[in-house]
Design a protein around this ligand. Structure first.
Ligand code: ATP
Length: 243
């Protein structure tokens, strides 16, 4: 229905063994918009993504309270697979491709929760959309960093997500390649996907997003329109290198 958030997280609290790491995080991603999640190392960004995906138990942690809702459907207690079926997909930090498998095989892995007959057709469309992937039989390990990032994004898109989580997509890429990754992210939002962008590069993330949430030690310390946050003196000092 209209007005339904792509992703809505309320009061997320999480811990690993004995360490409490998230203390009540609220975050909403609207369809067709990019929301940025910013914060220094250790602020809890990756832990937040694990809560959204239902992966805390894999890392011997737990989401202790709060809720996760995807397109109006609560998935707080659902398996990661169910959440993917509900509309989530992730482009993980470091891409995590299968280097020995081909581009096409990596893309098919992204479709592993689907049962429809349009997977081949979606691969064709992705190859057209991302020229970097136009050699589908080549092994992923032979691709450049930028090409690998496009493949990681393509693999996530094979799940036909409504909400795309990107963990540090610009990390380790040359500036020109970073530009094309951000152009791609913008085009995905134009297609109507709700994007959650986790970035160390706060300047680029604020430019690329409409809204942003800033975490510090597991709490939201700022949230709002990205343009306003970019003008906030505390944000400038802490994250944008403006003295
Ligand atoms: P980074 O950019 O370095 O990934 P982050 O903002 O993503 O930082 P998290 O990785 O979520 O932060 O870490 C938040 C806190 O949780 C840190 O204090 C970290 O040491 C701790 N932590 C992360 N993963 C685990 C784990 N598997 N077991 C115990 N503690 C963890």
């Amino acid at each position: 229905p209209e007005g339904t958030a792509a992703l809505d997280v309320r009061g997320a609290c999480a811990r690993y063994q004995n360490a409490d790491v998230l203390h009540g995080i609220d975050l909403t991603v609207e369809p067709g918009r990019v929301t940025a999640l910013l914060g220094a190392n250790g602020a809890g960004k990756t832990t937040f993504l694990r809560c959204v995906l239902g992966l805390m138990p894999v890392h011997r942690g737990e989401m202790t309270s709060g809720s996760v809702t995807v397109l109006g459907r609560e998935v707080t207690r659902a398996s990661a697979q169910r959440r993917i079926k509900a509309g989530l997909a992730i482009v993980p930090e470091g891409r995590r491709l299968f280097a020995d498998l081909s581009i096409e095989q990596n893309l098919r892995i992204g479709a592993s929760t689907r049962r429809d007959k349009e997977i081949g057709q979606d691969i064709e469309q992705l190859l057209e959309r991302f020229p970097a992937l136009q050699r589908p039989k080549i092994q992923a390990g032979y691709l450049s960093g930028g090409e690998q990032q496009m493949l990681a994004i393509g693999r996530a898109l094979m799940a036909r997500p409504k909400v795309l989580l990107l963990d540090e997509p610009s990390l380790g890429l040359a500036p020109l390649v970073v530009d094309s990754v951000f152009e791609t992210i913008a085009s995905l939002a134009q297609d109507g996907i709700g994007v959650l962008l986790v970035e160390q590069n706060a300047e680029r993330a604020l430019q690329a997003s409409s809204h942003a949430v800033v975490l510090q030690a597991g709490k939201v310390v700022r949230s709002g329109a990205s343009a306003e946050l970019a003008d906030d003196p505390v944000i400038q000092e802490s994250y944008l290198g403006v003295a």
